[in-house]
Design a protein around this ligand. Structure first.
Ligand SMILES: [Zn+2]
Length: 677
């Protein structure tokens, strides 16, 4: 007979959603239920009183972490985890299987046990089905889990099958090790994302007399559709008179879908982990408190919530705490999120008991997943409304990521500065790498000339102007921006909340007059409209070039070998440095073939490198010495890689004419013969 005495109270019409209850050594648990995660015997950033007030009936703790720290002897001394953390309700302990799989470091799995290095002190730890149960008995949880071999849900079939079979053998050993302990024990169904293996595993595990059945190895790489299918296949095969637990899942929407498929118990770190980032789950969808829209918003994050955070604090205050990285911000949002999860489970249970689950389920599916941040969920904004919001102009549209606006070119889909905050990228790649501020303090008679190729939403140009205005430079700056389509800047100017760098008189002045000056700071900004390939001949020769147009996919003409040759020719009489975001092999080859020297630029965001380009006069002085300022020219290693590359030909080259290849191989930077031109 089951140690939990699970009672099924109701199953919803038209669904497998069910309500039930069971009793542990400490309390009665109503299902469906969510178990907040207390990995280290504490829910992260939450006081035990607040977790209790949320209504949490079961706390999840991790055997793997607790056996390493504080160690099972501490639990033995304090009367188990309940005495240690003074927790009066139930505790479920994970077996350690998932952590062995997911934490970094070497590990090996044999028939006997799993071996891995402790992340605390690097000693070798063995975890067998028997020692995992022994640790869980010492910790004193109400519900123990068998040790399983967890593999990524996307592994090959033979790997998934072997792990599943080992999990079955370990399940039997775990049952034997539990002996006459009054603690409940759950078996775990594995099988990755293979439907037939899931069915085999469900049958094998339910042949063993466990007190409940878990679905493991999901939420580790598969999509939500696969997860929902696997969940549905397994719950159909599980006995109705035992609780079912979907391990490690998920978002509020995932919970809704899994309850619909007959799952009773859940755990997930998301409510507290996302709270740390500033994300709240609410009855209106997800809200991202990092977004500037919340800066001055009064009222609670969720008007339908009665948690302590929502009763006490405004969105503006929570936005502020997140902004200044005050730990209380994390704590207050985490409190709300845990409360919201628990409240959602209670609401689902009520609808199942009242047998109006289906309409509730349908009404919540989209709502829980909505990602807007303020007011109505974004998905409810119609096309006409978007037009009204003026998010599009010409071939451009505004998209918002983490509270920052980006410009997207709609025909190619390309997003300017797609992976980084544009202001940050402007500072790092263009202002800092070009040593702009240093140049402005040089005592020179002529102004420093900077070309800004691809004005876009003016993030690089405004970063340069701000650098000048905050520097007491001796030298004037002439900034020349090149742009053939000004709609992107006009569009960004409509939305100063998302393009903060434009809150300045300069951009509007430039659009109106094609030039803007600040005499006191010593800056002149000129706009050259039209194609860079033509207008470059009309500009004063540059010292520095920010080369930041759209990529060759959108704006191919700027990236051809012919275009770079023409540029090299124009700049041959001057010492100029060019900075660009790409580090593509074919673009670098084109630059070398055009006669430039090419060096590695710093990485940015996920990009490992960018590119710095020097005219011969910028790279070599009159005595034949390199002028690299600590920069690293591409060397032999790059040349070898280039020769092996399938993408080595510059844009616009003729396959039959390989003379440019000879120019690259014979380039002085690979010959180590530096000659002043
Ligand atoms: Zn709340």
């Amino acid at each position: 007979m089951s140690r939990l005495k699970f009672q099924l109270e109701a199953t919803a019409s038209g669904s497998r959603a069910r309500a039930g209850r069971f009793t542990t050594l400490h309390n009665e648990v109503l299902t469906p239920t969510f178990m907040p995660v207390g990995t280290h015997a504490a829910v992260r950033a939450q006081r035990r009183e607040d977790v209790l007030a949320s209504g949490a009936a079961v706390l999840l703790a991790n055997t793997y972490h607790l056996m390493l720290r504080p160690g099972v002897e501490i639990f033995e001394k304090f009367g188990g985890i309940h005495g240690f953390m003074n927790w009066p309700r139930s505790v479920l302990t994970d077996s350690g299987g998932f952590q062995i799989f997911s934490l970094p470091g070497s590990r090996s799995v044999t028939e006997e046990c799993a071996e891995f290095k402790s992340y605390v002190d690097q000693t070798l730890v063995r975890l067998s089905p028997e020692s995992s149960i022994a640790a869980q008995r010492a910790i004193g949880s109400d519900i123990m889990m068998v040790l399983d071999q967890c593999v990524a849900s996307t592994v090959e079939r033979n790997v998934a099958e072997r792990a599943m079979e080992l999990t079955h053998r370990w399940a039997l050993r775990s049952l034997a090790a539990r002996g006459d302990s009054p603690q409940a024990l759950f078996g775990i169904v594995q099988g990755a994302s293979y439907a037939d293996l899931r069915a085999v595993s469900a049958r094998a595990i339910t042949d063993m007399p466990f007190d409940g059945y878990a679905i493991g190895g999901l939420a580790v790489g598969e999509g939500s559709g696969v997860r929902e299918d696997c969940t549905g296949i397994v719950t159909e095969l599980l006995p109705p008179d035992r609780p079912r637990y979907l391990m490690g899942v998920g978002t509020t929407r995932d919970l809704l879908e899994a309850v619909h498929r007959g799952v009773d118990m859940f755990d997930c770190i998301l409510p507290t982990a996302l709270a740390k980032q500033g994300v709240a789950f609410t009855s209106l969808g997800r809200r991202d408190l990092r977004r500037a829209a919340y800066r001055d918003k009064d009222g609670p994050i969720d008007p339908a919530c009665n948690c302590a955070t929502c009763k006490t604090h405004s969105m503006a205050y929570l936005f502020h705490l997140n902004k200044v990285q005050e730990p209380q911000g994390w704590q207050l949002l985490g409190l709300h999120n845990v409360h919201f999860y628990m409240q959602l489970m209670r609401t689902m249970r009520e609808h199942i008991l009242a047998d109006d689950w289906l309409p509730f389920y349908r009404s919540q599916r989209d709502l829980l997943d909505a990602r807007d941040s303020y007011g109505a969920p974004v998905r409810h904004v119609t096309k006409a409304q978007r037009q009204k919001l003026k998010l599009k102009l010409g071939r451009y549209e505004v998209i918002i990521r983490d509270g920052t606006g980006h410009i997207r070119e709609m025909t190619s889909g390309e997003v300017m500065h797609s992976v980084n905050d544009p202001a940050e990228e402007a500072r790092s790649l263009y202002i800092e790498q070009s040593r702009l501020v240093e140049h402005l303090t040089e005592p020179a008679a002529a102004p420093l000339v900077v070309w800004d190729v691809g004005l876009g939403a003016a993030s690089n140009a405004m970063a340069a102007i701000q650098a000048v205005e905050s520097t007491r430079g001796r030298r004037r700056l002439t900034l020349v921006s090149f742009e053939n389509d000004l709609d992107s800047l006009k569009l960004a100017l409509r939305h100063p909340a998302w393009f903060k760098h434009l809150r300045h008189a300069a951009p509007r002045g430039l659009l109106a007059e094609n030039r803007w000056s600040n005499a006191a700071a010593g800056v002149d900004w000129l706009l050259l409209r039209g194609d860079f390939n033509a207008t470059k001949f009309t500009a004063p020769l540059p010292d520095v070039i920010f080369f930041d147009p759209f990529s060759f996919k959108t704006d191919g003409a700027l990236w051809t070998l012919a275009a770079f040759r023409e540029l090299a020719d124009l700049l041959s009489v001057t010492a100029a440095e060019l900075f660009t975001y790409t580090y593509s092999t074919s673009v670098r080859a084109a630059l070398l073939a055009a006669g430039f020297y090419v060096a590695r630029g710093r990485g940015t965001g996920p990009k490992a490198e960018t590119t710095i380009v020097l005219t011969p006069r910028a790279a070599v002085d009159a005595d034949g010495r390199e002028l690299l300022h600590g920069r690293e020219l591409l060397g032999e290693e790059w040349l070898a890689k280039w020769q092996r590359s399938d993408a080595r030909a510059p844009l616009g080259t003729d396959a039959n004419d390989a003379s440019w290849q000879q120019v690259v191989r014979a380039h002085p930077q690979f010959q180590k013969r530096f000659v002043y031109p």
